[in-house]
Design a protein around this ligand. Sequence first.
Ligand SMILES: [Zn+2]
Length: 105
Amino acid sequence: MPDDLPIISLESYRIRRGDGYCLHRERHLDDNRRTLTCAKCGAQLDVFDELFRLVRDREQMIYMRKQLTEDIEKLRATHDRLKSDVRNARAQLKRRQYMREKDEP
Ligand SMILES: [Zn+2]
């Protein structure tokens, strides 16, 4: 390793990258200084990393919403099928009761 490379502590790198050190969601955007910090712990955050995280979170939410919509449709279809099964079972029970009562003297 060359001697002229700057030494960056892992701790400050994690704070800057926001990957694992600061996991808070509260942000403070200072539009005068054009800086982004954590509103809870004050960690200096990288604006691009934050934008990337927001875009990724939004894409995950869109995917999850699609999955949940599909799950709802499947549950709705199962509900309708079960409701139909219950209706048929009740009709069958009524027919049997009717036949039993008809056969009894
Ligand atoms: Zn924080």
